[in-house]
Design a binder for this molecule. Structure first.
Ligand code: GDP
Ligand code: IMO
Ligand code: MG
Length: 425
C-alpha cells in the first residue's frame, strides 16, 4: 500500500483538518509529518468543534491509528492540553496515538528564543506563532536537539539542562526580558505524561503498516507557500510543508507516495508577514474575513484575505506533484456579485505567470472576473445542484491548472462535502 498525502497549497488554514477528518473514515492510519503546535486544524461534527495542534485529525475515527511522525516538533504542555481536551469528550486518545521517538521536543526556552528573535526583527518580523517552532528546527539541524525518545534515558534531565544553558547563552545577544524557569515545572510534568504514550520507531512502524496493506493518509500542516525552501522566504515556517516532507517526516521512500491531494481555499488568506499579491485591504477583504471567520485557529489573529491566486496555486501544484484538488470555502463568497482570480502577475510592467525570486518585488495581479453565483451553497449535497456560475469558476481553475477538483467543501461540517470523483493510485 501507499501513503496518500493531503497538504495545503496556500499559506495554511486551507481546511486540512476538516478534510483529513472526513477522509480518515476510509484510512486505518493517519500520520502528521511536519510542523508542530503552530498548526491549528479545526474539525466540526455532531455540533461539536475541536482544534488540533499536534494530534493528527484522524483521532476521532474509531478504527484509525494516528501517528505523529519524526518530522513533527512537540511541545509536551500543548500536547497534554490537547489530549485532555479530547479525552474529556470521551475519546480514548492514548489508545489511538503513536509518537515517533525521533520527533523533536520544543523546550520552554525555544519559545523564549522565538519571541526574542521576533522582537529583535522589529517591523521585519516573520509574524511567527511564537510556539518555538523555528528555534526547535534550528536545534534539530544544528544537531543539538532533544527528541521524544530521549525522555526515556536516565540522563534526560541532565541533557535538558545542557540545552537550556546553551539557550540562555544564546539569549544574551538579545535585549529581551525573560524568565527561563517560568514554564519549566509544567513542562517536565508534561514530559512525564508524554512518557506514558506509545513511543515508537516511526519509520519501522510506517513501513510495516504499508507491508501489511494498510492505507496511510499523511496530513500536512501549514501550506506550500510557507515551505522553508519554496515559500516566500524568509516569511515562511521552518519545515518542509511540501510533499517531500511526507517522506522525510515519516521515513517512507518516494516510491511509496500514492495520491497527492492539494487543498486550497476558493480565495486566499495569510496570517503573519510576507508577500500576498492578491491581498484585499478593502471592504471585500473585510467581508471575506467576516463571512469566512478568518481568525487564526492557534493565535486568534485576524487573517489577511484576498482573491484566489492562480500563479501561486500552479506553483504549489508543480512542487508537490498534485494529482487532485480539494476546493474549500467557496460558500464564503455566496453573496458576492463578482468573484476574481489572479491569472498572472505584472512586475515592472512585464507580465509573468511565475513567482519571482525576489520576495519584495512589487507585484500587480492581473485578474479575470467571474459572475457571482448568488446562492447559498452550504446545503448543497450533490454536484448536479451546484449553480452554473459556480461550476464555471470550478471548471476555469481545473482548465488552468490541468488538475481535477474532486472534492468541494461548502461548510465547516463533515457533511458539507461533495465528492465528485475518488482518485486512488
Ligand atoms: P487548517 O489549518 O488547514 O486545518 O484550517 P483551519 O482549521 O485553521 O481553518 C479553516 C477554517 O475554515 C476552520 O474554521 C474550518 O472550520 C472552516 N472551514 C473548513 N472548510 C470550510 C468550508 O468549506 N466552508 C466554510 N465556510 N468553512 C470551512
Ligand atoms: P495550519 O497547519 C497559517 C505562519 C505564521 C507565520 C509563519 C511562521 O493551521 O495551516 P512559525 O510559528 O511556524 O514560526 O510561523 O508561518 N504559520 C501558519 N499560518 N496556518 C498555519 O498552520 C501556520 N503555521 C505557521 O503565521 O507567518
Ligand atoms: Mg489552521
Amino acid at each position: 500500500m501507499k501513503v496518500d498525502v493531503v497538504l495545503g497549497l496556500q499559506w495554511g488554514d486551507e481546511g486540512k483538518g476538516k478534510i483529513v477528518d472526513v477522509l480518515a473514515k476510509g484510512y486505518p492510519v493517519v500520520a502528521r509529518f511536519q510542523g508542530g503546535p503552530n498548526a491549528g486544524h479545526s474539525l466540526h461534527f455532531d455540533d461539536k468543534k475541536f482544534v488540533l495542534h499536534t494530534i493528527p485529525s484522524g483521532v476521532f475515527r474509531k478504527s484509525t491509528m494516528n501517528i505523529i511522525g519524526n518530522g513533527v516538533v512537540i511541545d509536551p504542555i500543548i500536547f497534554r492540553e490537547e489530549c485532555l481536551q479530547i479525552e474529556g469528550s470521551g475519546v480514548p486518545v492514548r489508545e489511538r496515538i503513536s509518537i515517533s521517538k525521533k520527533a523533536h521536543l520544543i523546550l520552554p526556552t525555544h519559545r523564549i528564543i522565538d519571541a526574542a528573535s521576533e522582537a529583535a526583527k522589529g517591523a521585519s518580523k516573520i509574524g511567527s506563532t511564537l510556539k518555538g517552532i523555528g528555534p526547535t528546527y534550528m536545534d534539530k539541524t544544528g544537531r543539538n536537539g532533544l527528541r521524544v525518545g530521549d525522555i526515556l534515558a536516565s540522563n534526560f534531565l541532565e541533557r535538558y539542562n545542557t540545552l537550556k544553558s546553551k539557550h540562555i547563552s544564546f539569549l544574551k545577544q538579545f535585549d529581551f526580558e525573560y524568565n527561563a524557569d517560568e514554564r519549566e515545572e509544567e513542562w517536565l510534568d508534561a514530559v512525564e505524561y508524554l512518557r506514558s504514550f506509545n513511543l515508537v520507531d516511526g519509520e519501522y512502524l510506517m513501513n510495516s503498516l504499508l507491508e501489511d496493506n494498510k492505507r496511510v493518509l499523511a496530513e500536512g500542516a501549514q501550506g506550500s507557500l510557507l515551505d522553508v525552501d519554496f515559500g516566500s522566504y524568509p516569511f515562511v515556517t521552518s519545515s518542509t510543508t511540501t510533499c517531500a516532507g511526507a517522506c522525510t517526516g515519516l521515513g517512507v521512500s518516494p516510491s511509496k507516495i500514492g495520491t497527492v491531494s492539494g487543498i486550497f481555499k476558493a480565495y486566499c488568506t495569510r496570517v503573519g508577514s510576507g508577500p500576498f499579491p492578491t491581498e484585499l485591504n478593502d471592504a471585500t477583504g473585510e467581508e471575506l474575513r467576516k463571512l469566512g471567520f478568518e481568525f487564526g485557529a492557534t493565535t486568534g489573529r485576524p487573517r489577511r484575505t484576498g482573491w484566489l491566486d492562480l500563479v501561486a496555486l500552479k506553483y504549489a501544484i508543480m512542487v508537490n506533484g498534485v494529482d487532485q484538488l480539494i476546493m474549500m470555502k467557496a460558500d464564503v463568497m455566496d453573496t458576492f456579485d463578482t468573484v476574481k482570480i489572479a491569472v498572472s502577475y505584472k512586475i515592472d510592467g512585464v507580465e509573468t505567470d511565475e513567482i519571482p525570486f525576489d520576495t519584495y518585488a512589487e507585484i500587480e495581479p492581473v485578474y479575470k472576473e467571474f459572475k457571482g453565483w448568488k446562492r447559498d451553497l452550504t446545503a448543497v449535497t450533490q454536484e448536479c445542484d451546484l449553480p452554473f456560475e459556480f461550476m464555471n469558476y470550478v471548471r476555469f481553475i481545473e482548465k488552468e491548472t490541468g488538475v481535477p477538483i474532486n472534492i468541494i467543501s461548502l461548510g465547516p461540517d463533515r457533511d458539507q462535502t461533495i465528492f465528485r470523483e475518488v482518485l486512488s493510485k
